[in-house]
Design a protein. Structure first.
Length: 106
């Protein structure tokens, strides 16, 4: 019976450790997204949070497949969809840099 109790305790501690790890990881990701959005806001780049996050994560996905210049052009193009005013190249460049710092690799 002692062996079964030990196995159950180890299993319980493993579950607790896993839950703590998942929660800690979720907090980091959320903080990174918040840092990204706050970074853009401080630079007067505003828009719907979901759209700004989409542009940032797209930049992350593109970073190994496009040049920085091509990625920035893509951000400008994507930001102007659905009749939006969109971002200019300087804003898109800032968004790209902020995404690299705050979103990519997290």
């Amino acid at each position: 019976m002692s062996g079964a109790k030990t196995v159950m305790r180890l299993f319980a501690w493993t579950l607790v450790s896993l839950a703590i790890g998942v929660l800690a990881g979720a907090g980091v990701e959320s903080a990174s997204e918040d840092d990204y959005i706050n970074d853009l806001d401080r630079s007067h780049i505003v828009g719907p949070r979901a759209q700004l996050l989409q542009l940032g994560y797209q930049a992350c996905a593109d970073k190994n497949q496009r040049t920085r210049t091509d990625s920035i052009q893509n951000i400008v193009k994507q930001s102007k969809q659905d009749g939006n005013k969109g971002l200019d190249e300087q804003q898109a460049d800032f968004l790209y840099g902020s995404a690299m710092r705050n979103l990519c690799g997290h």
